[in-house]
Design a binder for this molecule. Structure first.
Ligand code: NAD
Length: 325
C-alpha cells in the first residue's frame, strides 16, 4: 500500500488533501497542531505535534513515506498577513517548520516531497496595475514580495530546491493562488476574500450594505479547492520540480466578486468601501508554464465554486445561530 504524510492536515487544504489521498487508496498519517475544524479526519493516524520542534518532527517523519505533502504554515488572509503585526511569527514559525521537515525527510529516506508556496512571492512592482499583473514563474526574480509571508515562502522554495540539488530528493513546489471552498476559514480574522464576502452577503438583510476593504477595484483570481488538490497531485507525481503556479486565470475585481456573490444569494446590497489591508492592486495566475509542462490547468468557472461555497457558509451561519458557542 502506498503511504503518505500530510503536514498541516488539520488545515483547510491539508484536510481536503487527506480525503482525496485516502479515497485514492493511500495509508495516511496527518500531522498538525490541531484537528480539522469542520469534519473528522479520515487519516489512518493523526498526530498532534508541533513541527517547529525538531524532536517532534523527527518522530512524525519516522519512515520513508512514498509521498510527503508539506502544507503546514503560520498563515491567514490579508487581515493576518498584511498588517505587520504577525511578521516575526509568520517568518520564524514557517521557516522552522520547513527546515525541520526537510531534514527529517532526508534522514528518513523520503524521496518525494511537495511544498506549498504562494503567489505572495511575486514582486510588488509587477502587481501595481489592476489590469495586467505579471505572475509568470520566472518573474519572481529579482525578488520583491510585498509581505514577510512572501519572503519566507521564497526562502523555503529555495530551501527545497537546494535539497533536491544536493541530496537528490524529488521536491515539487506549487505557488498557490487564493484557494477557496467549503471547510475553509470563514470568520475570525484569517479568512480570505471569497469566504469573508460570502459571509457578509449571507448575514446582510436584502437591501442592506456590506463593507469592502479598499476601493474594491483591486483584482484577484480564486481557485476552487478540488482543482487545487488535483493540481497538487499532478505536480507531485510529475518529473518537474516547479515552482509552478496553481491558480485560476479568471481575473475578477473584488467588487465583481461581491456582485457575483450577491447574484448567487439573490440579494441587492450596497458596497461600502472602507480602509483595510488590501495587498497588491492586481493578481491572477499565469498558467502558461503549467499547461505546457503538465498538459493541465484549472478550468472550472469561478461562479461554480462560489455557489457551492456560499451554500456551505450559509449553513455554517445557521448552525452558529442555532447553537451559539
Ligand atoms: P491553514 O492555515 O488552514 O493550514 C495550515 C495548517 O498548518 C494549520 O492547520 C495549522 O494549524 C498548521 N500548522 C501551523 N503551524 C504548525 C506547526 N508548528 N506544527 C504543525 N502544524 C502547524 O492554511 P491552508 O489554506 O490550508 O494553506 C495550506 C498551505 O498552502 C500553507 O502553507 C499556505 O501558506 C499555502 N497557501 C495557501 C493559500 C490559500 O489560498 N489557502 C494560498 C497560497 C499558499
Amino acid at each position: 500500500m502506498r503511504t503518505a504524510l500530510v503536514c498541516g492536515a488539520g488545515g483547510f487544504i491539508g484536510s481536503r488533501l487527506v480525503k482525496r489521498l485516502k479515497a485514492d487508496g493511500f495509508w495516511l498519517r496527518g500531522v498538525d497542531l490541531k484537528f480539522p475544524e469542520f469534519s473528522a479526519t479520515v487519516a489512518d493516524e493523526f498526530v498532534l505535534a508541533d513541527l517547529r520542534d525538531r524532536k517532534e518532527c523527527l518522530a512524525v517523519v519516522d519512515r520513508p513515506f512514498d509521498e510527503v505533502y508539506q502544507l503546514a504554515a503560520d498563515m491567514g488572509g490579508a487581515g493576518y498577513i498584511f498588517t505587520g503585526d504577525h511578521d516575526a511569527d509568520i517568518m520564524s514559525n514557517s521557516a522552522a517548520i520547513n527546515l525541520n521537515v526537510l531534514h527529517a525527510c532526508r534522514q528518513a529516506g523520503v524521496r518525494r516531497i511537495f511544498y506549498a508556496s504562494s503567489a505572495c512571492i511575486y514582486p510588488l512592482h509587477n502587481q501595481e496595475r489592476i489590469d495586467h499583473p505579471i505572475t509568470s514563474e520566472s518573474s519572481a526574480y529579482p525578488a520583491a514580495p510585498d509581505s514577510e509571508y512572501g519572503w519566507e515562502k521564497l526562502f523555503s522554495e529555495r530551501l527545497y530546491l537546494s535539497f533536491a540539488r544536493n541530496f537528490g530528493m524529488a521536491c515539487r513546489i506549487a505557488r498557490y493562488h487564493n484557494i477557496f471552498g467549503p471547510e475553509g476559514t470563514w470568520r475570525g480574522g484569517r479568512e480570505k476574500a471569497p469566504a469573508a464576502i460570502a459571509r457578509k452577503v449571507a448575514e446582510a438583510p436584502n437591501g442592506g450594505a456590506i463593507e469592502i476593504w479598499g476601493d474594491g477595484r483591486q483584482t484577484r483570481s480564486f481557485l476552487f479547492i478540488d482543482e487545487c488538490i488535483e493540481g497538487t497531485l499532478r505536480l507531485t507525481r510529475s518529473e518537474f520540480s516547479g515552482p509552478f503556479n496553481i491558480g485560476s486565470d479568471e481575473m475578477v475585481s473584488i467588487n465583481g466578486l461581491a456582485a457575483m456573490l450577491m447574484e448567487i444569494a439573490g440579494k441587492q446590497l450596497e458596497l461600502k468601501h472602507v480602509s483595510g489591508p488590501i495587498g497588491v492592486r492586481g493578481r491572477t495566475s499565469d498558467n502558461r508554464l503549467i499547461k505546457e509542462r503538465l498538459g493541465w490547468a484549472p478550468a472550472e468557472p469561478l461562479r461554480a465554486g462560489l455557489s457551492v461555497t456560499y451554500g456551505w457558509i450559509q449553513q455554517q451561519i445557521q448552525t452558529v445561530e442555532a447553537f451559539p458557542p
